[in-house]
Design a protein around this ligand. Structure first.
Ligand code: NAD
Length: 556
């Protein structure tokens, strides 16, 4: 929809090594991470500046991208660049401990916060969709989500199948930036996996990166492979080219009931994400351009069919959950009154982790050297030998995850652990055991940084699902604590108007100054997550806060 001037496209790759072209590592890190988000190995559609998640962009246009890079190169160590929905709009003198970049993406005043208004303003060149880590320059490819997906499937296994997924079948839609992690996460847990995507190119990408084993064009073929694999308890993944609004109801008709059923099509965006059924993929892309209104209507109808299919399979015994793309809401709006009969994944599996400040923590080696990440792998294994899930994950990741762009790692760490591990990494940079600084960040899908009533804050104990003060406080707190860049976004994984969320990234450059900032940010950032859950009345969070000394004035 927005003119991203693709004609002038030349592939982007972040510089590697120790020589910097900015005036300090903080600015250099922001520049490299922006570029890394758009690396062809990392982004889904780099020509259009789209990183992942429907139209989640890293910059508003190529002109804006170049202007951000040039500004970062000349930015002094006591200046702060302001980015308004992917466009650099001002530089102010602040101070050395302040963030070098402050970012706001896709925010609209409440009453106007909907897709129609957003699309109109985006067409006018006034905004862009920032998703979560796309517009805040800390996306690290499919690895970013794979551990969360792995843990979610493992949690479902624990809750419903005695911890075992061997000989079980997981079915899901969408093999894009996030969804593409599902086949590998599923086979890592021992399960078989069927992924349905309307775009064969997305499935091919997963084959190329080793995330998915097979690609087929018919459901018969997919089921032949999978039934055999389930019987033999082999963990095999199949990508089927098809539309979920056709395939999911067909599974129900044929009586093929998955053990676990979810969805990661980009349903959060009915116009530029989800693809309607009843026409070829190419015809749908044509219609999107020629008649957006008709497309939108067909897209919503298809989501209704898709969710009806999921509900049928749920009734037939499939453990079914919404995987954070808001598909239930659109189906509900289209007349599927029982759309919320299946739960969101956060209340189902993740909330107890949030109560302890746990969330998707990640780090990136600015040297570009895989060996730097291997050093951090060793470090984390040494520091938390008693954490069985973490050790299992690091082990599997080392064997099976291919780096995309700058080498990086993700794992869920909690309050206390994040600061401890961040400081230890800063120390390794200081001692030269790691070749260049490490960027430390996280997803916006975290314990205290998001308000999203159909995802992270669904069914909060005190009913505070739609209270959006928490992510704003989170961004203010991270700014005050000295993060390297901080962002506030609207929309994320569930679409415009449905969520408010914040991000922070902090650079471990080996200095004493950064050690102080890392300790503050990585304590306070998950700390507000604990506070948010104490405030909502969760006993687990209350006892955790008490044990760890998180000060909460009215906490008991
Ligand atoms: P993406 O846009 O990169 O990929 C979406 C995929 O869905 C595309 O490959 C597209 O071809 C396919 N698709 C669209 N409509 C389809 C249909 N009807 N049938 C079959 N395939 C269809 O998006 P992504 O980054 O993979 O994210 C997927 C969704 O998950 C988004 O809605 C995103 O907002 C949400 N999300 C979830 C989490 C999480 O933690 N669970 C995190 C981030 C994003």
């Amino acid at each position: 929809p927005v003119d991203t001037e693709t004609s002038s496209y030349t592939p982007v790759k972040a510089p590697r090594g120790n020589t910097i072209s900015c005036k300090g590592w903080q600015q250099e890190a922001a520049m490299r991470m922006l570029m890394n988000n758009l690396d062809e190995e990392v982004a889904e559609r780099p020509r259009d500046l789209v990183v992942y998640g429907g139209t989640g962009r890293a910059a508003r246009s190529w002109d804006c991208f170049h202007a951000i890079v040039n500004t970062l190169k000349s930015l002094d160590n006591d200046e702060t660049l302001l980015v308004q929905s992917g466009k650099p709009v001002a530089v102010f003198r602040t101070h050395e401990y302040a963030p070098r970049v402050l970012i706001c993406n896709s925010n609209l005043v409440g009453h106007w916060s909907n897709w129609d208004k957003f699309n109109e303003l985006e067409r006018a060149g006034l905004t862009m969709y920032g998703q979560m880590t796309a517009g805040s320059w800390i996306y690290i490819g499919s690895q970013g989500i794979i551990q969360g997906t792995f843990e979610t499937f493992a949690a479902a296994a624990e809750k419903h199948f005695g911890g075992e997924l061997e000989g079980k079948l997981i079915v899901s839609g969408g093999m894009g930036g996030m969804g593409g992690a599902q086949p590998l996460a599923a086979t890592m847990t021992g399960a078989c996996f069927l992924g349905i995507d309307v775009d064969p190119e997305r499935i091919k990408k997963r084959l190329k990166t080793g995330y998915c084993d097979f690609m087929v064009n018919s459901l018969d073929e997919a089921l032949r492979i999978l039934k055999n694999a389930v019987r033999k308890k082999e963990n095999i993944s199949v990508g089927l080219v098809g539309n979920c609004a056709d395939v999911i109801p067909e599974l129900a008709e044929r009586g093929v009931v998955p053990d676990i059923l979810t969805d990661q099509t980009s349903a959060h965006d009915p116009l530029n994400g989800y693809v309607p059924n009843g026409m070829t993929f190419e015809a749908a892309l044509e219609l999107r351009k020629s008649d957006p209104h008709a497309y939108n209507e067909r897209s919503l109808d298809s989501m209704a069919r898709h969710v009806e299919g999921m509900l049928k399979l749920q009734k037939m015994g499939a453990v079914t959950f919404d995987y954070g793309n808001n598909i239930r809401t659109f189906a509900f709006q289209r007349g599927v009154k029982n759309a919320y009969d299946f739960p969101g994944f956060v209340p189902a599996y993740i909330r107890p982790l949030f109560c302890e400040g746990r969330g998707p923590f990640r780090w990136v080696a600015l040297s570009g050297e895989p060996s730097d990440i291997h050093v951090t792998d060793e470090l984390i294994l040494q520091m938390y030998p008693q954490n069985r899930i973490l050790s299992r994950w690091i082990d599997l990741a080392r064997k099976r995850i291919k780096f995309q762009g700058l080498p990086s790692r993700i794992c869920w760490l909690g309050y206390g652990e994040r600061a401890e591990f961040g400081l230890a990494m800063n120390d390794l940079v200081k001692k030269g055991k790691i070749k260049a600084p490490i960027v430390i960040g996280r997803d916006h899908l975290d314990c205290g940084s998001v308000a999203s009533p159909f995802r992270e804050t669904e069914a909060m104990k005190d009913g505070s699902d739609a209270i959006a003060d928490w992510p704003l406080l989170n961004a203010l707190l991270n700014t005050a604590s000295g993060a390297s860049w901080v962002s506030i976004h609207n929309g994320g994984g569930v679409g415009i108007g449905y969520s408010q969320h914040a991000g922070q990234v902090t650079v471990a450059d080996g200095t004493d100054e950064m050690a102080k900032r890392i300790e503050r940010v990585l304590t306070n950032d998950p700390g507000i997550g604990v506070a948010r859950h104490v405030d909502s009345g969760y006993d687990e969070a209350k006892s955790f806060a008490k044990e760890k000394g998180v000060k909460i004035p009215m906490g008991q």
